[in-house]
Ligand binder design. Structure first.
Ligand code: MV4
Length: 449
């Protein structure tokens, strides 16, 4: 096992990893930008190193600075958390060449799965159903128009390098398809320096169901059941839950089996998430793999009892998974809500600043993952999430009641937050009955103005 590791991240996930290390008896080195200097969670690490200015490209995204810090601190491994460099195959490769273990998947799998067209190809070859669409990349307008007329509109143009909805265009006719191809490709070229696109049939009002997987370097791979992450606003998740509500057991088993089949074909290890769209008939289609630990991983931790961060560290050190598939029992229901420093009164624009009151919920079945405290100033340089509130209960209705109770206890002053919206969602009858899809938030709240 490692004696000393570095966390190449900030905020709640840095704290989450620091805590795992403390419990494992591993020394942990934190890094921080000038914007995070003095943040309370840094004092819980054995050492904290400033890696540069607030601008992420000069700190949390800066590979030479991170590697220098790792070498100065003499760590054996780096945990990237989520966001920043967590899905950067080049960074994982640089770590390897510097004899520092990257706590994540093998860089080959990261590179292959990070390209959505390649991931789609892999899924097809592994016998995992993908959304009907192009054979590979779109190479001409004529090809796209012919395929669309064969499949029927609407279609969705997607960037191979895409993420977070960037480089994506819906088209309902030939003209929109032609302009969409050009603009999606241009957007992807600008954002990712890769303008390649492919096409899929557009699934209307899908649910987003993702499967947590984890594997070791000895060929063991297990799934830890699914999460439903359908409640999103502009590709930002608001609520996640497990199990996915109203998903027939046979479909659920089939989705988890498909996820395992796919990651096995990629020779995957470490933690990962396989994403699917589920349509109104409960037909499901693979869309992409996230080759990192995700924000919503604690939803799975609550229903399975597995500590995903500790397990990631163990498998990176070459140890075997501490459980097998048959040891995994899904128990009860859990929800996560993301509390963001955003202002509902101003179209959810970021609301950084000093937190003057910070009263957290507690009691049975409640978990709060946060780096914030009363007196903490939320910097304006990074994403706006200030806390994740999770509940666990014997069934979904009790989990809803518990979340309502916890949301009522949670009191914040000094910054605006998404708490009022979250409280509304947990009173919405369609949501409470589990009738959710990825258009729910826009349909229910956003059109109100
Ligand atoms: C889709 C889709 C409908 N049909 N693909 C959005 C980001 C990327 N992860 C995939 N996304 C979608 N792909 C087809 N063929 C709808 C979405 C989508 C979506 C997916 C999951 C969660 C939220 C979403 C919000 C809007 C669109």
């Amino acid at each position: 096992m490692f004696q000393r590791i570095m966390v190449a991240n900030r905020g709640e996930i840095a704290l989450r990893i620091i805590r795992a290390c403390r419990e494992m008896g591993i020394e942990v080195v934190a890094v921080y930008s000038e914007a995070d200097r003095g943040a309370p969670y840094l004092s819980l690490a054995n050492q904290a190193i400033c890696i540069g200015p607030a601008l992420a490209s000069e700190s949390y995204l800066n590979i030479p600075r991170l590697i220098s810090a790792a070498e100065i601190a003499d760590v054996q491994a780096i945990h990237p958390g989520y966001g920043f460099l967590s899905e950067n195959a080049h960074f994982a490769e640089v770590c390897q060449s510097c004899k520092i273990e990257f706590i994540g998947p093998p860089h080959e799998a990261m590179r292959q799965l990070g390209n959505k067209n390649e991931a789609r190809k892999l899924a097809k070859n592994a016998g995992v159903k993908v959304v009907p669409g192009s054979e590979g990349l779109i190479t001409s307008e004529e090809e796209a128009v012919a395929l669309a007329s064969q499949m029927g509109y609407p279609v969705l143009i997607k960037a191979s390098a895409g993420g977070g909805g960037r480089g994506m265009r819906v088209a309902h006719n030939d003209i929109a398809l032609k302009t969409g191809l050009a603009s999606a490709s241009q957007e992807a070229e600008n954002a990712f320096k890769d303008g390649s696109v492919y096409m899929e049939k557009y699934i209307e009002q899908p649910r987003h169901v993702e499967v947590q997987v984890i594997g070791d370097q000895h060929g063991n791979l297990v799934h830890l059941w699914e999460r439903d992450c359908s409640l999103q606003r502009r590709h930002q998740k608001l609520v996640e839950e497990s199990p996915a509500p109203n998903l027939p057991p046979s479909v659920r088993e089939a989705i988890c089996a498909a996820a395992l089949k796919l990651v096995k074909a990629a020779n995957y290890y470490s933690a990962g998430t396989v994403e699917f769209l589920v349509d109104k008939n409960n037909d499901f289609y693979f869309i992409e793999v996230n080759t990192r630990i995700q924000v919503e991983h604690p939803v799975t931790e609550l229903v399975t009892g597995v500590d995903l961060i500790k397990e990631m560290i163990r498998v990176a050190a070459g140890e075997k998974l501490s459980f097998t598939q048959k040891d995994i029992v899904h128990r009860g229901a859990s929800f996560e809500v993301r509390v963001n420093a955003e202002d509902p009164a101003h179209n959810y624009r970021p609301s950084p600043g000093k937190i003057t009151k910070w009263q957290l919920p507690g009691g049975p079945g409640v978990r709060v993952d946060t780096h914030a405290t009363a007196g903490y100033t939320v910097p304006s340089n990074y994403d706006s999430m200030v806390a994740k509130l999770l509940v666990h209960a014997p069934d979904r209705m009790q989990a809803v009641a518990r979340m309502r109770r916890a949301l009522a206890e949670f009191q914040v002053e000094g910054i605006a937050t998404t708490l009022p919206l979250l409280r509304e969602i947990f009173q919405n009858m369609a949501f409470v009955e589990g009738r959710v899809d990825t258009t729910f938030i826009e349909r229910t709240y956003y059109n109100k103005g």
